[in-house]
Design a protein around this ligand. Structure first.
Ligand code: TTP
Length: 394
């Protein structure tokens, strides 16, 4: 079935990680986030992908080209991010007069449920949560969706909208919606109109993740690392110890005395060791370097990031071309055991995680023996002085 994947957003809640990378291209378990969404769509029955792009769109085009796994990819550009209904309206010009699927390009869906969704249109993917009030909540009558309410104080169900839809062909005539309370043209208003005119089925997802904020990128990496299949295309020293599912991509080098406990993905051109320790859902992107006596746990080191000597990095996101000085240590746990908070668009937000380290933009430089407190955000091109203890964002 023809499938629209929404990937035009600027990803402002992900900053500084999205300073130079569009959110759909953020690295997760060996490939960009939206590649996982597309891979899942293809496994579920997508016959053609229409990718809506906008912010830093060239990076998306360059990565995918004209197809993914034999399925053609076409691009439509949404010039201004006016909302999800507007994004689908832009894509609708490329749609054939047939039912179509819409997926959020920054969401991950479990494949069996996505397959069911493709086979049961008109449909919307639902996910059961204990705190529905902060989401779009589905009104249901048995399996039938009768409506959707945004962030209700008194939610009509525990089923939230996952941003996965199968729409009837005539929905293309319903995409001109009014501006919502939050000032956007929203697909949920389209969904409401479709629910009024058709029988729309709720298809429950067992697993679903909306990747909007930095710690959700870590969660995405944890989830998708579960299905990594070991591969050793790169060079692995005979004195290195590798266990669990570990991908050593072509051109990667694992030096003497390194221990890697998978799942882990070591990208092409990356160098690990000597004597480094990598563990727990870690993705070392291409051309990144992890040197002597460095431990990296449950983290993503973006392209070209370097942690040269005597450092600890836990539960962290380290931006492109960042350089950590020798002895840089990341704190990832509060002594009172409370969940770590992070600042998102100026507001302190609980990550819900007991373990969370730091979020670093591009080209950050830390001085030797820098200590970074849990939940600290370092903006792109910022630096710390030798011996500094960083307790606040910069
Ligand atoms: P959001 O996560 O709501 O928006 P965003 O990606 O711009 O992120 P942020 O709020 O942090 O700035 O978007 C949901 C999905 O819809 C996501 O895959 C991006 C896509 N989208 C578009 O394609 N066009 C749009 O105009 C908007 C608002 C979102």
């Amino acid at each position: 079935m023809q499938t629209v994947v929404l990937a035009a957003g600027a990803g402002t809640r992900m900053r500084p990680l999205t300073d130079s990378i569009p959110k759909p291209m953020l690295p997760v378990a060996g490939q960009p986030l939206v590649a996982h969404t597309i891979e899942r769509a293809v496994a579920a029955g997508a016959s053609r992908i229409i990718l809506v792009i906008g912010y830093e769109s060239d990076q998306v085009r360059t990565y995918f080209g004209n197809s993914y796994d034999g399925v053609p990819i076409e691009y439509t550009v949404q010039p201004e991010q006016r909302g999800t209904a507007d994004a689908v309206r832009v894509a609708s010009q490329a749609l054939a007069d047939e039912p179509f699927v819409v997926l959020n390009g920054d969401a991950l869906y479990d494949i069996p449920a996505l397959q069911k969704l493709y086979q049961n249109g008109p449909a919307v993917g639902s996910y059961r949560v204990s705190n529905p009030s902060s989401y779009g909540v589905l009104q249901t009558d048995g399996n039938r969706v009768t409506g959707v309410v945004e962030k209700p104080i008194d939610p009509p169900s525990n089923l939230i909208n996952t941003g996965a839809y199968v729409f009837p062909a005539e929905t293309r005539d319903r995409l001109d919606v009014g501006v919502s309370e939050r000032g956007e043209l929203e697909l949920t208003d389209v969904l409401q109109a479709v629910c009024d005119a058709h029988t729309v089925t709720a298809v429950p997802f067992e697993r679903w993740l909306d990747v909007g904020r930095p710690w959700e990128l870590l969660s995405a990496n944890e989830w998708l690392s579960e299905s990594l299949v070991s591969e050793q295309a790169g060079t692995v020293h005979s004195d290195a110890t590798i266990s669990g599912s570990v991908v050593v991509a072509d051109g990667a080098t694992i030096k003497s005395g390194v221990t890697i406990e998978g799942p882990a993905y070591i990208g092409s051109g990356a160098t690990i060791g000597p004597n480094a320790y990598i563990r727990g859902s870690t993705y070392i992107c291409s051309n990144a370097k992890v040197g002597h006596a460095v431990e990296v746990k449950n983290s993503i080191l973006f392209e070209g990031a370097t942690v040269g000597h005597l450092s600890y990095i836990g539960d962290s996101l380290i931006g492109k071309q960042t350089n950590f000085g020798a002895g840089t240590t990341v704190g990832n746990l509060r002594h009172d055991g409370e969940p770590i908070k992070l600042t998102v668009k100026g507001k302190r937000v609980s990550t819900g995680r007991r373990k969370m380290g730091v979020v670093c933009g591009d080209e950050v430089k830390t001085g030797i023996n820098t200590s970074l407190n849990p939940g600290v955000i370092l903006s792109s091109e910022s630096f710390t002085t030798p011996g500094e203890v960083v307790t606040h964002d910069r």
